[in-house]
Design a protein around this ligand. Sequence first.
Ligand code: PMP
Ligand code: GLN
Length: 410
Amino acid sequence: VAEYFQEETDNMWVVFNALSKGRDVINLGMGFPDFASPDFLLVALGRVARDPSSHSISPSRGHPSLIQAICQLYSPVLRHDIEENEVISNFGADGILYIALRALIKPGDEVILLEPAFESYASLIELCGAIPVFVPFTPPHNTTGPSSTDEWRLDPTRLESAVSSSTSLLLLNNPNNPLGKSMSKEEIKIVADLCKRHNLLLLSDEVYEWMTYEGRELVRVAAVEGMWKRTVSVFSAGKMFSVTGWKLGWAVGPADLISRMEEVLKETAYCGCTPLQLAVGEGVKRVAGFMGTSEGYLCELRRDLERKRDTLFTALVEIGLSPIKPSGTYFMMMRIPRLMAILATADTSTESYDFTFVKWMIREVGLAVIPVTPFCGKQNTVIGDTLVRLCFAKKDSTLAAAIVKLKLMK
Ligand code: PMP
Ligand code: GLN
Protein backbone atom coordinates (compact mmCIF):
# COMPACT_ATOMS: atom_id res chain seq x y z
CA VAL A 1 0.00 0.00 0.00
CA ALA A 2 2.76 2.41 0.96
CA GLU A 3 4.23 2.31 -2.53
CA TYR A 4 1.09 4.04 -3.84
CA PHE A 5 1.19 6.91 -1.39
CA GLN A 6 4.69 7.99 -0.69
CA GLU A 7 4.58 11.68 -1.36
CA GLU A 8 2.37 14.09 0.48
CA THR A 9 1.62 15.59 -2.92
CA ASP A 10 0.19 12.37 -4.38
CA ASN A 11 -3.38 12.82 -5.56
CA MET A 12 -5.93 10.96 -3.48
CA TRP A 13 -8.10 9.97 -6.46
CA VAL A 14 -5.16 8.47 -8.32
CA VAL A 15 -4.05 6.51 -5.27
CA PHE A 16 -7.40 5.04 -4.29
CA ASN A 17 -8.44 4.28 -7.88
CA ALA A 18 -5.15 2.41 -8.32
CA LEU A 19 -5.65 0.50 -5.07
CA SER A 20 -9.14 -0.60 -6.11
CA LYS A 21 -8.21 -1.84 -9.58
CA GLY A 22 -7.56 -5.44 -10.54
CA ARG A 23 -9.00 -6.86 -7.32
CA ASP A 24 -12.37 -8.13 -6.28
CA VAL A 25 -13.35 -4.68 -5.02
CA ILE A 26 -16.73 -2.92 -5.20
CA ASN A 27 -16.11 0.77 -5.79
CA LEU A 28 -18.19 3.25 -3.77
CA GLY A 29 -15.18 5.58 -3.79
CA MET A 30 -14.85 8.16 -6.54
CA GLY A 31 -18.14 9.83 -7.40
CA PHE A 32 -19.30 8.42 -10.71
CA PRO A 33 -22.62 6.79 -11.56
CA ASP A 34 -22.17 3.27 -12.95
CA PHE A 35 -25.68 3.28 -14.46
CA ALA A 36 -26.62 4.37 -17.98
CA SER A 37 -26.68 8.03 -18.98
CA PRO A 38 -29.99 9.27 -20.45
CA ASP A 39 -30.64 8.01 -23.93
CA PHE A 40 -31.82 11.39 -25.26
CA LEU A 41 -28.37 12.84 -24.55
CA LEU A 42 -26.49 9.98 -26.21
CA VAL A 43 -28.76 10.17 -29.27
CA ALA A 44 -28.16 13.93 -29.44
CA LEU A 45 -24.38 13.39 -29.28
CA GLY A 46 -24.56 10.83 -32.09
CA ARG A 47 -26.53 13.24 -34.28
CA VAL A 48 -24.24 16.16 -33.47
CA ALA A 49 -21.13 14.06 -34.12
CA ARG A 50 -22.27 13.30 -37.68
CA ASP A 51 -22.87 16.95 -38.53
CA PRO A 52 -19.65 18.41 -40.01
CA SER A 53 -20.54 21.88 -38.74
CA SER A 54 -20.24 20.68 -35.10
CA HIS A 55 -16.52 20.21 -34.95
CA SER A 56 -15.00 23.67 -34.99
CA ILE A 57 -14.03 25.88 -32.10
CA SER A 58 -16.97 27.70 -30.54
CA PRO A 59 -17.06 31.23 -29.15
CA SER A 60 -15.04 31.51 -25.97
CA ARG A 61 -18.08 31.70 -23.69
CA GLY A 62 -19.73 28.74 -25.36
CA HIS A 63 -21.84 27.80 -28.35
CA PRO A 64 -24.93 30.06 -28.57
CA SER A 65 -27.30 27.08 -28.53
CA LEU A 66 -25.90 25.91 -25.16
CA ILE A 67 -25.86 29.43 -23.75
CA GLN A 68 -29.51 30.00 -24.78
CA ALA A 69 -30.57 26.70 -23.22
CA ILE A 70 -28.82 27.66 -19.97
CA CYS A 71 -30.62 31.04 -19.96
CA GLN A 72 -33.92 29.22 -20.44
CA LEU A 73 -33.31 26.70 -17.62
CA TYR A 74 -31.83 29.01 -15.00
CA SER A 75 -33.85 32.22 -15.43
CA PRO A 76 -36.80 30.92 -13.37
CA VAL A 77 -34.54 28.93 -11.02
CA LEU A 78 -32.31 31.91 -10.13
CA ARG A 79 -35.21 34.38 -10.39
CA HIS A 80 -33.29 36.61 -12.79
CA ASP A 81 -33.90 37.19 -16.48
CA ILE A 82 -30.51 35.83 -17.54
CA GLU A 83 -28.89 37.45 -20.59
CA GLU A 84 -26.46 35.62 -22.86
CA ASN A 85 -23.54 37.71 -21.55
CA GLU A 86 -24.25 36.40 -18.04
CA VAL A 87 -23.24 32.80 -18.91
CA ILE A 88 -19.91 31.11 -19.66
CA SER A 89 -19.00 27.44 -20.23
CA ASN A 90 -15.69 25.61 -20.02
CA PHE A 91 -14.21 22.13 -19.57
CA GLY A 92 -16.00 20.87 -16.47
CA ALA A 93 -17.06 22.70 -13.35
CA ASP A 94 -13.38 22.25 -12.45
CA GLY A 95 -12.40 24.40 -15.44
CA ILE A 96 -15.01 26.97 -14.44
CA LEU A 97 -13.74 27.08 -10.84
CA TYR A 98 -10.22 27.58 -12.15
CA ILE A 99 -11.06 30.54 -14.39
CA ALA A 100 -13.34 32.02 -11.73
CA LEU A 101 -10.66 31.99 -9.04
CA ARG A 102 -8.01 33.26 -11.47
CA ALA A 103 -10.34 36.10 -12.46
CA LEU A 104 -11.89 37.02 -9.13
CA ILE A 105 -9.12 36.81 -6.52
CA LYS A 106 -5.54 38.09 -6.32
CA PRO A 107 -2.40 36.88 -4.55
CA GLY A 108 -2.57 37.45 -0.80
CA ASP A 109 -6.38 37.36 -0.65
CA GLU A 110 -8.13 35.08 1.83
CA VAL A 111 -10.94 32.81 0.63
CA ILE A 112 -13.43 31.31 3.08
CA LEU A 113 -14.40 27.64 2.67
CA LEU A 114 -16.99 25.72 4.65
CA GLU A 115 -15.38 22.54 5.93
CA PRO A 116 -15.48 19.80 4.81
CA ALA A 117 -14.83 21.38 1.40
CA PHE A 118 -14.35 19.68 -1.97
CA GLU A 119 -10.80 18.40 -2.07
CA SER A 120 -9.47 20.53 -4.97
CA TYR A 121 -10.59 23.93 -3.63
CA ALA A 122 -7.66 24.63 -1.31
CA SER A 123 -5.06 23.80 -3.95
CA LEU A 124 -6.86 25.89 -6.60
CA ILE A 125 -6.89 28.85 -4.20
CA GLU A 126 -3.21 28.34 -3.37
CA LEU A 127 -2.43 28.12 -7.09
CA CYS A 128 -3.75 31.69 -7.33
CA GLY A 129 -1.42 32.77 -4.51
CA ALA A 130 -4.36 33.19 -2.14
CA ILE A 131 -5.04 31.60 1.26
CA PRO A 132 -7.88 29.18 2.08
CA VAL A 133 -9.54 29.80 5.46
CA PHE A 134 -11.68 26.89 6.65
CA VAL A 135 -14.82 27.36 8.72
CA PRO A 136 -16.06 23.94 9.85
CA PHE A 137 -19.71 22.97 10.05
CA THR A 138 -20.32 22.09 13.69
CA PRO A 139 -21.02 18.35 13.97
CA PRO A 140 -23.53 16.92 16.45
CA HIS A 141 -22.23 15.80 19.88
CA ASN A 142 -23.32 12.20 19.57
CA THR A 143 -20.83 10.27 17.49
CA THR A 144 -22.43 6.85 17.39
CA GLY A 145 -25.62 5.62 15.77
CA PRO A 146 -27.41 6.99 12.72
CA SER A 147 -27.68 10.75 12.29
CA SER A 148 -28.41 13.31 9.58
CA THR A 149 -26.60 16.16 7.87
CA ASP A 150 -29.21 18.59 9.27
CA GLU A 151 -27.40 18.10 12.58
CA TRP A 152 -24.24 19.61 11.07
CA ARG A 153 -24.79 23.33 11.61
CA LEU A 154 -23.24 26.50 10.32
CA ASP A 155 -22.11 28.64 13.26
CA PRO A 156 -22.58 32.35 12.37
CA THR A 157 -20.10 33.53 15.01
CA ARG A 158 -17.39 31.22 13.76
CA LEU A 159 -18.10 32.33 10.19
CA GLU A 160 -17.95 36.00 11.12
CA SER A 161 -14.65 35.59 12.94
CA ALA A 162 -13.05 34.07 9.81
CA VAL A 163 -13.38 37.36 7.92
CA SER A 164 -10.30 39.59 7.82
CA SER A 165 -9.34 42.70 5.87
CA SER A 166 -7.82 40.34 3.23
CA THR A 167 -10.97 38.27 2.68
CA SER A 168 -12.31 38.80 -0.83
CA LEU A 169 -14.43 35.74 -1.64
CA LEU A 170 -16.38 32.90 -0.09
CA LEU A 171 -16.36 29.61 -2.00
CA LEU A 172 -19.52 27.71 -1.16
CA ASN A 173 -20.41 24.16 -2.19
CA ASN A 174 -24.09 23.51 -1.82
CA PRO A 175 -25.10 20.69 -1.65
CA ASN A 176 -21.76 19.86 -0.08
CA ASN A 177 -19.40 17.14 -1.25
CA PRO A 178 -18.44 15.10 0.85
CA LEU A 179 -20.93 15.94 3.65
CA GLY A 180 -24.08 15.55 1.53
CA LYS A 181 -25.72 18.55 3.18
CA SER A 182 -28.17 20.77 1.31
CA MET A 183 -28.17 24.00 3.31
CA SER A 184 -31.34 25.44 4.82
CA LYS A 185 -32.81 28.87 3.95
CA GLU A 186 -31.54 30.20 7.29
CA GLU A 187 -28.00 28.98 6.64
CA ILE A 188 -27.96 30.45 3.14
CA LYS A 189 -29.17 33.74 4.60
CA ILE A 190 -26.27 33.71 7.08
CA VAL A 191 -23.81 33.29 4.18
CA ALA A 192 -25.55 35.93 2.04
CA ASP A 193 -25.70 38.47 4.90
CA LEU A 194 -22.00 37.96 5.61
CA CYS A 195 -21.08 38.55 1.95
CA LYS A 196 -23.20 41.69 1.77
CA ARG A 197 -21.93 43.08 5.08
CA HIS A 198 -18.24 42.58 4.17
CA ASN A 199 -18.60 43.19 0.42
CA LEU A 200 -17.38 39.68 -0.50
CA LEU A 201 -17.83 37.89 -3.79
CA LEU A 202 -19.48 34.48 -3.65
CA LEU A 203 -18.54 31.54 -5.84
CA SER A 204 -21.29 28.96 -5.39
CA ASP A 205 -20.47 25.46 -6.64
CA GLU A 206 -23.89 23.87 -7.11
CA VAL A 207 -22.91 20.89 -9.27
CA TYR A 208 -25.22 18.59 -7.24
CA GLU A 209 -28.09 21.06 -7.69
CA TRP A 210 -30.70 18.46 -8.74
CA MET A 211 -29.83 15.91 -6.05
CA THR A 212 -31.81 17.07 -3.04
CA TYR A 213 -34.13 14.79 -1.11
CA GLU A 214 -37.41 14.58 0.80
CA GLY A 215 -39.05 17.18 -1.39
CA ARG A 216 -36.50 19.92 -0.72
CA GLU A 217 -35.43 22.21 -3.51
CA LEU A 218 -31.93 23.65 -3.47
CA VAL A 219 -31.83 27.11 -1.90
CA ARG A 220 -30.11 29.23 -4.58
CA VAL A 221 -27.92 31.87 -3.03
CA ALA A 222 -27.85 33.92 -6.26
CA ALA A 223 -31.62 34.37 -5.89
CA VAL A 224 -31.37 35.90 -2.40
CA GLU A 225 -32.08 39.61 -2.44
CA GLY A 226 -28.94 41.67 -3.17
CA MET A 227 -26.82 38.62 -4.06
CA TRP A 228 -27.07 38.45 -7.87
CA LYS A 229 -24.46 41.15 -8.46
CA ARG A 230 -21.84 39.41 -6.30
CA THR A 231 -22.52 35.70 -7.04
CA VAL A 232 -21.19 33.33 -9.68
CA SER A 233 -23.07 29.98 -9.61
CA VAL A 234 -21.32 26.91 -11.02
CA PHE A 235 -22.90 23.85 -12.66
CA SER A 236 -21.83 20.60 -14.33
CA ALA A 237 -23.20 18.53 -17.22
CA GLY A 238 -21.25 15.59 -15.78
CA LYS A 239 -23.40 15.59 -12.64
CA MET A 240 -26.67 16.67 -14.25
CA PHE A 241 -26.68 13.94 -16.90
CA SER A 242 -24.56 11.26 -15.17
CA VAL A 243 -21.74 11.65 -17.70
CA THR A 244 -18.88 12.51 -15.35
CA GLY A 245 -16.23 12.01 -18.04
CA TRP A 246 -17.71 14.67 -20.33
CA LYS A 247 -16.20 17.50 -18.29
CA LEU A 248 -18.48 20.29 -19.42
CA GLY A 249 -19.43 22.96 -16.91
CA TRP A 250 -20.92 26.44 -16.93
CA ALA A 251 -21.32 29.46 -14.72
CA VAL A 252 -24.09 32.03 -14.43
CA GLY A 253 -23.55 35.45 -12.88
CA PRO A 254 -23.44 39.20 -13.48
CA ALA A 255 -21.92 40.31 -16.80
CA ASP A 256 -18.91 42.12 -15.28
CA LEU A 257 -17.74 39.03 -13.33
CA ILE A 258 -18.42 36.68 -16.26
CA SER A 259 -16.45 38.90 -18.63
CA ARG A 260 -13.46 38.83 -16.24
CA MET A 261 -13.67 35.03 -16.40
CA GLU A 262 -13.85 35.16 -20.19
CA GLU A 263 -10.54 37.05 -20.28
CA VAL A 264 -8.85 34.18 -18.41
CA LEU A 265 -10.53 31.56 -20.60
CA LYS A 266 -9.36 33.27 -23.79
CA GLU A 267 -5.78 33.06 -22.51
CA THR A 268 -6.03 29.41 -21.43
CA ALA A 269 -8.30 26.75 -23.00
CA TYR A 270 -10.12 29.36 -25.18
CA CYS A 271 -13.36 27.35 -25.20
CA GLY A 272 -14.93 24.05 -24.17
CA CYS A 273 -15.53 21.09 -26.51
CA THR A 274 -18.05 22.14 -29.21
CA PRO A 275 -19.84 18.81 -29.95
CA LEU A 276 -20.39 18.20 -26.24
CA GLN A 277 -21.77 21.72 -25.86
CA LEU A 278 -24.23 21.09 -28.69
CA ALA A 279 -25.43 17.76 -27.28
CA VAL A 280 -25.66 19.10 -23.72
CA GLY A 281 -27.49 22.19 -25.05
CA GLU A 282 -30.20 19.87 -26.39
CA GLY A 283 -30.28 18.03 -23.05
CA VAL A 284 -30.59 21.25 -21.06
CA LYS A 285 -33.43 22.46 -23.32
CA ARG A 286 -35.21 19.17 -22.78
CA VAL A 287 -35.00 19.26 -18.97
CA ALA A 288 -36.01 22.94 -18.97
CA GLY A 289 -39.30 21.83 -20.56
CA PHE A 290 -40.10 19.71 -17.49
CA MET A 291 -39.35 22.37 -14.85
CA GLY A 292 -42.19 22.86 -12.41
CA THR A 293 -43.57 19.36 -13.08
CA SER A 294 -42.87 16.11 -11.26
CA GLU A 295 -41.89 14.37 -14.47
CA GLY A 296 -38.89 14.09 -16.75
CA TYR A 297 -35.32 12.89 -16.42
CA LEU A 298 -34.22 15.05 -13.46
CA CYS A 299 -37.20 14.06 -11.31
CA GLU A 300 -36.64 10.38 -12.12
CA LEU A 301 -32.94 10.69 -11.29
CA ARG A 302 -33.75 12.34 -7.97
CA ARG A 303 -36.32 9.68 -7.04
CA ASP A 304 -33.92 6.89 -7.98
CA LEU A 305 -31.06 8.39 -5.99
CA GLU A 306 -33.28 8.97 -2.96
CA ARG A 307 -34.28 5.30 -3.03
CA LYS A 308 -30.62 4.24 -3.32
CA ARG A 309 -29.70 6.56 -0.45
CA ASP A 310 -32.38 4.98 1.74
CA THR A 311 -31.31 1.43 0.82
CA LEU A 312 -27.69 2.11 1.76
CA PHE A 313 -28.59 4.04 4.92
CA THR A 314 -30.92 1.29 6.18
CA ALA A 315 -28.33 -1.40 5.47
CA LEU A 316 -25.59 0.50 7.31
CA VAL A 317 -27.85 1.01 10.33
CA GLU A 318 -28.85 -2.67 10.36
CA ILE A 319 -25.17 -3.67 10.30
CA GLY A 320 -24.65 -1.46 13.36
CA LEU A 321 -22.63 1.25 11.62
CA SER A 322 -23.14 5.01 12.02
CA PRO A 323 -24.11 6.63 8.71
CA ILE A 324 -25.03 10.32 8.36
CA LYS A 325 -28.13 10.62 6.17
CA PRO A 326 -27.48 13.22 3.44
CA SER A 327 -30.08 15.78 2.33
CA GLY A 328 -28.26 16.26 -0.98
CA THR A 329 -25.57 14.95 -3.43
CA TYR A 330 -24.96 11.25 -4.08
CA PHE A 331 -22.55 10.85 -1.20
CA MET A 332 -23.06 9.58 2.33
CA MET A 333 -20.57 9.96 5.16
CA MET A 334 -20.15 7.28 7.79
CA ARG A 335 -18.32 7.36 11.11
CA ILE A 336 -15.43 4.95 11.35
CA PRO A 337 -16.01 2.36 14.04
CA ARG A 338 -13.24 3.24 16.51
CA LEU A 339 -12.22 -0.32 17.29
CA MET A 340 -11.95 -1.15 13.59
CA ALA A 341 -9.70 1.83 13.07
CA ILE A 342 -7.43 0.71 15.90
CA LEU A 343 -7.28 -2.86 14.58
CA ALA A 344 -6.53 -1.54 11.13
CA THR A 345 -3.64 0.63 12.29
CA ALA A 346 -1.37 -2.27 13.21
CA ASP A 347 1.09 -1.42 10.42
CA THR A 348 1.06 2.40 10.52
CA SER A 349 1.78 5.09 13.04
CA THR A 350 1.75 8.37 11.18
CA GLU A 351 -1.21 8.38 8.84
CA SER A 352 -4.70 9.37 9.89
CA TYR A 353 -7.36 6.84 10.88
CA ASP A 354 -9.47 7.42 7.82
CA PHE A 355 -6.63 6.58 5.40
CA THR A 356 -5.72 3.46 7.33
CA PHE A 357 -9.32 2.42 7.57
CA VAL A 358 -9.99 2.89 3.84
CA LYS A 359 -6.90 0.87 2.92
CA TRP A 360 -7.99 -1.81 5.36
CA MET A 361 -11.51 -1.83 3.85
CA ILE A 362 -10.16 -2.20 0.32
CA ARG A 363 -7.83 -4.99 1.36
CA GLU A 364 -9.94 -6.93 3.86
CA VAL A 365 -13.56 -6.11 3.02
CA GLY A 366 -13.20 -5.61 -0.75
CA LEU A 367 -15.00 -2.26 -0.68
CA ALA A 368 -13.53 1.07 -1.78
CA VAL A 369 -14.67 4.29 -0.08
CA ILE A 370 -12.98 7.68 0.29
CA PRO A 371 -11.26 9.19 3.36
CA VAL A 372 -12.50 12.60 4.52
CA THR A 373 -9.28 14.30 5.76
CA PRO A 374 -8.38 15.45 2.20
CA PHE A 375 -11.57 17.56 2.33
CA CYS A 376 -10.41 19.31 5.52
CA GLY A 377 -7.91 22.06 6.28
CA LYS A 378 -4.58 21.11 7.81
CA GLN A 379 -5.52 22.43 11.26
CA ASN A 380 -8.77 20.61 11.33
CA THR A 381 -8.22 17.02 10.36
CA VAL A 382 -9.92 15.95 13.58
CA ILE A 383 -13.35 15.81 11.94
CA GLY A 384 -12.20 14.09 8.77
CA ASP A 385 -10.11 11.57 10.63
CA THR A 386 -13.20 9.82 11.96
CA LEU A 387 -15.20 9.71 8.73
CA VAL A 388 -15.33 8.07 5.32
CA ARG A 389 -17.49 8.87 2.27
CA LEU A 390 -19.53 6.38 0.25
CA CYS A 391 -21.00 7.08 -3.21
CA PHE A 392 -24.48 5.66 -3.78
CA ALA A 393 -24.93 6.67 -7.45
CA LYS A 394 -24.67 3.01 -8.36
CA LYS A 395 -26.77 0.30 -9.99
CA ASP A 396 -28.96 -1.58 -7.49
CA SER A 397 -26.83 -4.67 -8.13
CA THR A 398 -23.61 -2.77 -7.23
CA LEU A 399 -25.19 -1.47 -4.03
CA ALA A 400 -26.45 -4.96 -3.14
CA ALA A 401 -22.95 -6.39 -3.66
CA ALA A 402 -21.47 -3.59 -1.54
CA ILE A 403 -23.94 -4.34 1.25
CA VAL A 404 -22.92 -8.04 1.19
CA LYS A 405 -19.31 -6.90 1.69
CA LEU A 406 -20.29 -4.47 4.46
CA LYS A 407 -22.03 -7.27 6.33
CA LEU A 408 -18.59 -8.89 6.70
CA MET A 409 -17.87 -6.11 9.16
CA LYS A 410 -20.78 -7.03 11.41
N1 PMP B 1 -17.24 20.51 -7.70
C1 PMP B 1 -17.57 19.44 -6.96
C2 PMP B 1 -18.10 19.66 -5.59
C3 PMP B 1 -17.43 18.14 -7.46
O1 PMP B 1 -17.76 17.10 -6.72
C4 PMP B 1 -16.95 17.96 -8.78
C5 PMP B 1 -16.79 16.57 -9.32
N2 PMP B 1 -15.50 16.23 -9.64
C6 PMP B 1 -16.61 19.12 -9.51
C7 PMP B 1 -16.77 20.37 -8.95
C8 PMP B 1 -16.08 19.04 -10.92
O2 PMP B 1 -17.11 18.81 -11.84
P1 PMP B 1 -16.76 18.52 -13.37
O3 PMP B 1 -16.58 17.05 -13.50
O4 PMP B 1 -17.89 19.06 -14.15
O5 PMP B 1 -15.46 19.23 -13.66
N1 GLN C 1 -16.37 14.77 -7.79
C1 GLN C 1 -16.07 13.36 -7.76
C2 GLN C 1 -15.88 12.91 -6.32
O1 GLN C 1 -15.91 13.71 -5.42
C3 GLN C 1 -14.90 13.02 -8.61
C4 GLN C 1 -13.55 13.42 -8.10
C5 GLN C 1 -12.70 14.13 -9.09
O2 GLN C 1 -13.16 14.60 -10.10
N2 GLN C 1 -11.46 14.25 -8.83
O3 GLN C 1 -15.74 11.74 -6.10
